[in-house]
Design a protein around this ligand. Structure first.
Ligand code: NAG
Ligand code: NAG
Ligand code: NAG
Ligand code: NAG
Ligand code: NAG
Ligand code: NAG
Length: 537
């Protein structure tokens, strides 16, 4: 179960890959366990009732931003201003929230990332050791009909049909059963409302079926809505484009696309930058105002409420589990539609241009295929970028080197990607912009030393699923700066698979965070020729 871009992108990590705990984590976990056992054993109901108002704004939440630190992802270009606003919002509204923001300065943030990571590992440890799989499964009484499903390893989800009431003030969704179905007590759940149910700092939403007695004094509706609502969190590992899509946008698509816009979003941990950046997608999935649920006052009544987001795999969709058999290809087409990119049926850009030229008969010069070369500024960067760019040009391409600038808008950027025949970059979040490519365009992923597996599962398979042509260039160890940094005898250099077995933390440190790439353009040259042949087919 690979959860998340283990390594740079996520502090999320997979729970499975969490390495053996540090002493401190264990101590904390034991402490936590003791406390939790006490609370669970004796005061479950008391705890539930007294902490419920803090559910959404739990103390010590950590909003992790840009874990990858120093990487200036292309897709994060538009986020400069918004992120500052975001910080203000977070800091201004909840002093207990600790927001870890990265800067763009190379190196400066590495320590933050590591500290951050450790914190998160401890947090996960606490979650695991403390209350195990039970933590979001505390029920009071006997369920009338189960409205929450906690069985999926990735997400928890609750669905209420009938009289559903959403109360932002205490982050609660109530189900008021019809009179003849009310029982002596009502079951209650608390779930994390995003696709990463194990991510400790996603706050919880309380979901409750009211008992007969409680139904009589249920809070009255202050607004009534005809369409369903979906409650989900915008925090977590968002701000890294891969996570934006894998953790929120694709799950949101899976969960809500079938409503065809007739659904309202109630967002916990609202992120202004996220709404701004992905406005085109969000306003297409829902034609109603997006509600900042934590700030919402009143009682919103809906005929149907979903709490949480469904998710099938890392950045993936399982068509057999979606309402209309949606595939990743459908998702790419959908994204292209939403960004008003040319409709399907057009060839890749250079072929299309040459066809037009031939028909027009004016110009004699052939349009060269255009290659977007992603210049990562932080970790896993190309240290010899000019040399690579020159080699690509010499092979017959027009090269568009994209440096991540904060103020670049996604709608403009999507058109730039669409205008390219090839998207080339080192394994990393910026490749997530492959959604904007045309059918049969090529994603050429440069695979850092030891990361073949991740390269395929986080991008390669999805590119193929989306009818893009997937190419990988796996570097040799001599092309990795690990070689010059640590020498040929170091485990990371000698045997990355053995390193992998020693735990995810080391894997991350060496293979994700510490290696840059010095592409051997001589060795790379056959790949460029292969690329030309592939494009020519
Ligand atoms: C769930 O928690 C209870 C204590 O509330 C514990 O006795 C039980 O073993 C736990 N079950 C699992 C599957 O962890
Ligand atoms: C919830 O907890 C009960 C008992 O603690 C257990 O029997 C049930 O399987 C749990 N449900 C899920 C979905 O984990
Ligand atoms: C949340 O607030 C509403 C309205 O004040 C109240 O009726 C409800 O019981 C609260 N939810 C919980 C779980 O305490
Ligand atoms: C969403 O986009 C699709 C095309 O991709 C369009 O048919 C639909 O009307 C849009 N819905 C909304 C609510 O804008
Ligand atoms: C989805 O696919 C299954 C079989 O693959 C088929 O039976 C079903 O009708 C399809 N559903 C839709 C909505 O296309
Ligand atoms: C680059 O690759 C070529 C062809 O594989 C090889 O002969 C050469 O030694 C490599 N250069 C370096 C510096 O490793």
């Amino acid at each position: 179960m690979a959860q998340g871009m283990a390594g740079d992108w996520s502090s999320s990590s997979s729970t499975a890959a969490v390495p053996s705990s540090s002493g401190m984590a264990r101590r904390l976990a034991r402490h936590h366990q003791a406390v939790l056992g006490f609370l669970l054993g004796f005061f479950v109901s008391v705890v539930l009732y007294t902490t419920v108002s803090g559910l959404c704004l739990a103390t010590n939440s950590i909003a992790v931003h840009d874990i990858e630190n120093g990487q200036k992802d292309v897709l994060t270009k538009t986020m400069g201003k918004e992120r500052i606003e975001d910080k203000k919002l977070v800091d201004g509204t909840d002093m207990n929230k600790k927001t870890v923001h990265s800067t763009d300065q190379l190196g400066q943030t590495a320590n933050d990332a590591r500290g951050n990571l450790e914190e998160e590992l401890i947090r996960q440890e606490l979650d695991q050791d403390g209350d195990g799989n039970n933590r979001s499964n505390v029920t009071l009484g006997t369920p009338l009909k189960p409205i929450c499903d906690l069985s999926d390893p990735r997400y928890d989800i609750c669905e209420i049909s009938g009289d559903a009431r959403a109360i932002g003030a205490n982050c609660t969704v109530l189900y008021v059963p019809p009179a003849d179905e009310r029982g002596p007590d009502g079951p209650e759940w608390t779930i994390r409302d995003q696709s990463r149910k194990d991510l400790g700092y996603i706050d919880k939403v309380n979901v409750k079926t009211l008992s007969a007695a409680q139904s009589l004094v249920a809070p009255g509706c202050t607004s009534r809505h005809a369409v369903p609502a979906v409650v989900f969190a915008m925090n977590g590992l968002t701000s890294n484009p891969w996570h934006d899509f894998s953790d929120v946008l694709i799950p949101l698509f899976i969960t809500t696309r079938a409503y065809d816009g007739e659904v309202q979003f109630l967002v916990t941990d609202f992120r202004p930058w996220f709404v701004d950046k992905y406005r085109l997608i969000l306003t297409n999935l829902s034609r109603y105002d997006i509600i900042d649920f934590n700030k919402d006052t009143g009682v919103r009544c809906y005929p149907h409420i979903v709490v949480g987001l469904r998710s099938h795999s890392d950045l993936g969709i399982d068509p057999t589990r979606t309402p209309h058999n949606y595939t990743m290809l459908d998702f790419r087409m959908y994204i292209r539609d939403v960004f008003s990119l040319p409709p399907e049926g057009q060839g890749i850009p250079f072929k299309e241009a040459n066809k037009k030229k031939k028909n027009g008969g004016t110009s004699t010069e052939e349009q060269k295929p255009r290659l977007m070369l992603i210049n990562r500024a932080g970790i896993r960067k190309f240290v010899n970028l000019p040399e690579i760019s020159a080699a690509v040009q010499a092979a017959g391409f027009e090269v568009l080197v994209v440096e991540p600038l904060r103020d670049m808008r996604l709608d403009e950027f999507s058109r730039e990607v669409d205008s390219c025949d090839v998207l080339m970059g080192a394994h990393g979040a910026a490749l997530t912009s492959f959604f904007f490519l045309r059918t049969n365009a090529v994603m050429l992923q440069v695979v850092p030393w030891g990361l073949e597996r991740e390269a395929m599962s986080y991008f390669g398979v999805h590119a193929k699923d989306m009818m893009l042509q997937d190419m990988e260039y796996s570097i040799t160890v001599e092309e990795s700066t690990l070689y010059e940094k640590y020498g040929k005898d170091h485990l990371a250099v000698r045997d990355p698979e053995a390193l992998r077995k020693q735990g995810w933390q080391l894997l991350r440190k060496y293979l994700w965070d510490e290696q840059d790439i010095r592409l051997n353009v001589t060795r790379f040259s056959p790949t460029l020729h292969q690329l030309l042949r592939t494009l020519g087919e």
